[in-house]
Design a protein around this ligand. Structure first.
Ligand code: FES
Length: 160
């Protein structure tokens, strides 16, 4: 089925003829659709005349852009210096295991969770820090992190 890009057309119209505004165009597009999928980028290229390779290049260069749909719950684990020395990599490993994420996968197959690694959450005094859907969890252990995820998954299951 053809995707309905009506709202996207309005955004494109705003930036039409301004190839130097590619980043704001991509930001607004991601804000609207949640991520920049291949089909979307092809559509943008076709409508704006900006080469698809250029759009793809910008979208992959900036970590702010997401090329895959994100999960319902966003987990951000800090791996900045303060958190790293306090064992953030063990938390990351434990969460990847809990979420059954493989290779470069960051979103679970059921699209419930996306795991992002960030460089500082501005709460170094609470290291190691983890944020789930804007809730900050400080001095977290790998086991406690797994429990938090399991509790959300259970709640989602009972709401399903
Ligand atoms: S290094 Fe983790 S919150 Fe700053």
């Amino acid at each position: 089925m053809e995707k309905d890009f009506t709202q996207l057309d309005a955004i494109i119209a705003k930036y039409q003829g301004k190839p130097e505004m590619l980043i704001p165009l991509l930001q607004e597009t991601q804000h609207l659709l949640g991520y920049l999928g291949k089909e979307t980028m092809r559509y943008l290229a076709q409508k704006t005349g900006i080469p698809a390779a250029e759009i793809y290049g910008v979208a992959t260069f900036y970590s702010h852009f997401s090329l895959e749909p994100k999960g319902k719950h966003i987990i951000k684990v800090c791996d900045g210096t303060a958190c790293h020395v306090r064992g953030s990599s063990k938390i990351i490993d434990a969460l990847r295991k809990e979420l059954a994420l493989e290779g470069k996968q960051i979103t679970t197959d059921d699209r419930l969770f996306t795991l992002e690694i960030v460089s500082c959450l501005g709460a170094c005094g609470l290291a190691p820090v983890l944020v789930i859907d804007e809730h900050v969890h400080g001095q977290i252990s790998p086991e406690a992190a797994q429990k938090l995820i399991a509790a959300i998954a259970k709640e989602e299951e009972s709401n399903a």
